[in-house]
Design a protein around this ligand. Structure first.
Ligand SMILES: [Zn+2]
Ligand SMILES: [Zn+2]
Length: 144
């Protein structure tokens, strides 16, 4: 889906939910859509602040939470103490660098054969995190 369409969809859903559509809110989603590196809320905040210097971190937090509730953003994982967010809601997996914390989207052709029912648990989806060293961290580390 085009980013513009997704942005429009977000605005439409805010309207339906009776949420106020502020330029700051729209900026939060736009920044998340344009950040393939899975930013933290603080990183999104830094970007929003460049456009709207008076935006508060609390507003950015609340907006990200709203996006998550609407299914437009996903929490990827915690790196250090901060959650990282993803606006890519297609089924995909992640390569995570254990040194610098870089997270890259990957798509794996072969799907894992995960049973629909596991120990009484109905699976609805899955996401694989693959940990290792990214190319720049790998080249910075001498071979052992
Ligand atoms: Zn790295
Ligand atoms: Zn992702």
């Amino acid at each position: 889906m085009l980013k513009e369409d997704r942005l429009e969809g977000f605005i439409e859903r805010c309207r339906q939910a009776g949420l106020k559509i502020t330029p700051q809110r729209v900026a939060v989603y736009e920044i998340l859509l344009n950040s393939p590196h899975h930013p933290t809320v603080e990183e999104i905040y830094e970007e929003v602040k460049k456009r709207y210097p008076f935006v508060s971190l609390a507003t950015v937090y609340r907006t990200v939470e709203t996006l998550e509730q609407m299914g437009l953003a996903k929490k990827v994982c915690y790196w250090g103490s901060s959650a990282r967010y993803d606006a890519n809601t297609e089924e995909h997996h992640h390569l995570i660098c254990v040194r610098c914390g870089a997270i890259k989207d990957i798509y794996i052709e072969d799907s894992l054969s995960i049973p629909k029912e596991l120990e009484g648990f109905r699976t609805e989806g899955y996401s694989v995190n693959i940990y290792g060293l990214c190319p720049s961290c790998k080249s910075a580390q001498p071979d052992t």
